[in-house]
Design a protein around this ligand. Sequence first.
Ligand SMILES: Nc1ncnc2c1ncn2[C@@H]1O[C@H](COP(=O)(O)OP(=O)(O)OP(=O)(O)O)[C@@H](O)[C@H]1O
Ligand SMILES: [Mg+2]
Ligand SMILES: [Mg+2]
Length: 490
Amino acid sequence: MATAGRTYNDAIDALNSLQTPYAVIEARRKAGIRPDATSVREMRGYLRRIGYTPSDLDRLHIVHVAGTKGKGSTCAFVDSILSRYRRSGGPPHKVGLFTSPHLIAVRERIRINSTPLSEETFARYFFDVWDRLEANSDVASDDAPPGTKPIYARFLTLMSFHVFLSEGVDAAVYETGIGGEYDATNVVERPAAAGISTLGIDHVYVLGDTVDKIAWHKAGIMKPGCPAFTVEQVPEAAEVLTRRAAERDVDLKVLPVDPRLKGVGIRPDATFQKRNASLAIALAEKALTALDPSFKLDSACPLPREFVEGLEQVVWRGRCEVKEEDRVVWHVDGAHTADSLKMAARWFTGEAAKRKGPLVLVFNQQGRSEAVGFLDALCTTVKNADPEGVGFRHVIFCTNVTYKTTGYKRDFVNHQYNPADIEKMTVQHAFADKWRQLDPGADVRLALSIEEAIDTVRGLAGEAKVQALITGSLHLVGGALGILEGAEAL
Ligand SMILES: Nc1ncnc2c1ncn2[C@@H]1O[C@H](COP(=O)(O)OP(=O)(O)OP(=O)(O)O)[C@@H](O)[C@H]1O
Ligand SMILES: [Mg+2]
Ligand SMILES: [Mg+2]
């Protein structure tokens, strides 16, 4: 790649070229090829090509988080707590945060002191890594094939290491991408602490179709000699975690909801979020101890001010957000698994009960036909909670295409879905058919883009404000927030 075009947009275009195309994903699926141990060996090879060894990562005092749901929220809590210590003089002195997927822009996946990299900084580090990989592309290293670059998520993971090490980050919080054992982030060998958030069913093709198979993958982030924590899990998952911890000689602590959270304003005020917060407390404590061995929390005493403020003031966009406009109250949540959609529905009904006005749903989950099965719980939960028994009066299924006329925002270009399906709106039709069966009284519509769905909802407002829930996909939610907030988003 020439040095001329090296803007943020150029970086995103180059990054998008590292996405695995839909046809390749399909071929692998048909051949039954799943990720295996080569992925971490490959990461080690690429890491060497960009000039680091896994032991360099020890300087980052990494908190590593896996789980089906609550990873990002837990990471955000840890980041927020560590930031309070940073602001009161540290350690830590610089905090890194690596999360996925992104909500509004790719650069928000890599943050320093809770702020996403600027476009300029992102582009500079992006092309640093790009150039180093090209310059050393023939260096024989583990499983990284000569002349290649890592795929999208692996590239960003590598880049985050380069950013954090170059910028002198001394504590970094890492969310796994998919699974754990074979995830790109698992190149980390000696984390300060590992945490496994709530387990459930997701990414069935890659991780397996039962909770115990999924737990096996997530358990892969536990490392001998490194503290590990989890929250209460369903028995099948708990069993696998305990067994894998014993095999690895890891002392895995199962945390109840932390009693010190009493009186701490966790938002939303729901058990699942308190579980995430409890996990975050234990992880942050270990990171702080790794940085300063004299640091210790007394479990019998209230949490220090830094913990309380960190937990109460955390910002984690796209999760349980309420945005009020003249004609619409938007409720935005990126839930996209059966369990988390139930949580989202419960949260929405609690919010909706505070106001009057027709309930409207905007939903999508691209490329996942199993999502048809999630609609049932969403429909029933909201209907049962509605005193009039109506539930959603209007339901709109849209694609994840951002704009009506200009298509995808660059940060959302996705080659991993079948383009023909998007064009024909295959899943949206399936969702609509299902909803008409579930609730023959609802007005069910399709929209070609997120922008069109939003305009439709605005047009539905009458005397009372419409109460709209946007959910089903983080891509949908991120696109929607980008439209609702315009230039102010991110
Ligand atoms: N512990 C939990 N149990 C069940 N649902 C949860 C939990 N934590 C969060 N959620 C729900 O899942 C949504 C996504 O939360 P979060 O971003 O923390 O999860 P994640 O594990 O990072 O998910 P992703 O797979 O998108 O990376 C939230 O908006 C909330 O509705
Ligand atoms: Mg996920
Ligand atoms: Mg996440």
